[in-house]
Design a protein around this ligand. Structure first.
Ligand SMILES: [Zn+2]
Ligand SMILES: [Zn+2]
Length: 261
């Protein structure tokens, strides 16, 4: 399994950083976790065959995690109608909105999805997706507890191949409530991709220290300049390698080992 960090910024894109978007290659498929920037542009930029796209998994509706879906859908659904792929949303409101959006852009006034090549799916806790390449299991986070909306992290496992296993935290709660740390981190995943926009290393270090993951990639940082030295300091006390990722970073997980390319 290979992960390209397409977007590693927080709620706003910054110089050299798009909003959250992670491209995963496994077997003959391409998948995305969040699309804060256009997933079709990402496949173009990184010279990937967009006909391999199978699914986009979103963690929650905030636009820094979903804003790139608009252009991604439009480009592919219009220009490549023979490509069939899924987009997993966390609320029916998002599915309805995107159906209306497609309907408007394709001049289809009856509100029906005019592009059957895009399948909208509603995510929930548990295993939501499985094909010949990967399985995807969602777990709830407290990121949107103040509004009562669901938000999720996920585990993506490679099926066959190297059986790589990667944990994505999704956005977590402000100052990280103690019971919002992903319990999955206590299992031996090959990499933990953790978003750190809403809390500091001091809020999470004790949980990282007890975790069984084999490596940590920190993304969705805010403010970057202030947090990077704090993360580097914390890293000296953790029992596994820690990397603050930037746009364009690529990690390959082979033989259950994460190698940064
Ligand atoms: Zn966010
Ligand atoms: Zn958010």
């Amino acid at each position: 399994m290979k992960i390209t960090f397409v977007g590693t910024s927080h709620g706003l894109p910054q110089k050299d950083r798009y909003c959250s978007c992670y491209m995963i290659e496994a077997g003959d498929g391409i998948y995305f976790v969040d699309a804060g920037t256009s997933f079709s542009d990402a496949m173009r930029d990184y010279h990937k065959d967009s006909m391999k796209l199978k699914a986009v998994f979103t963690t929650h509706p905030h636009s820094d995690h979903t804003g790139g879906i608009v252009s991604g859908i439009s480009t592919l659904a219009w220009r490549k109608p023979e490509l069939i792929f899924q987009i997993w949303f966390t609320s029916q409101a998002m599915i309805d909105a995107y159906k209306r959006y497609l309907s408007a852009t394709f001049y289809c006034p009856n509100g029906e999805n005019p592009t059957p090549s895009v399948e909208f799916c509603l995510a929930n806790s548990g295993e939501i997706y499985r094909d010949e390449n990967i399985s995807v299991t969602y777990f709830p986070t407290q990121h949107l507890d103040t509004t009562g909306d669901p938000a999720y992290g996920m585990v993506i496992k490679e099926l066959g191949g190297d059986n790589a296993s990667v944990l994505f935290s999704g956005d977590l709660s402000y100052k990280l409530r103690s019971n919002d740390y992903p319990q999955e981190a206590y299992n031996p995943h090959d990499l933990f991709v953790c978003e750190m926009a809403h809390f500091y290393p001091k809020h999470i270090e004790e949980y990282y220290a007890k975790s069984k993951v084999k490596g940590l990639a920190i993304t969705h940082l805010h403010p970057v300049v202030e947090k990077v030295p704090l993360i580097n300091d914390m890293a000296t006390r953790l029992p596994y390698p820690v990397k603050v990722v930037a746009d364009g970073d690529v990690v390959e997980i082979k033989n259950r080992e994460a190698k940064w390319l």
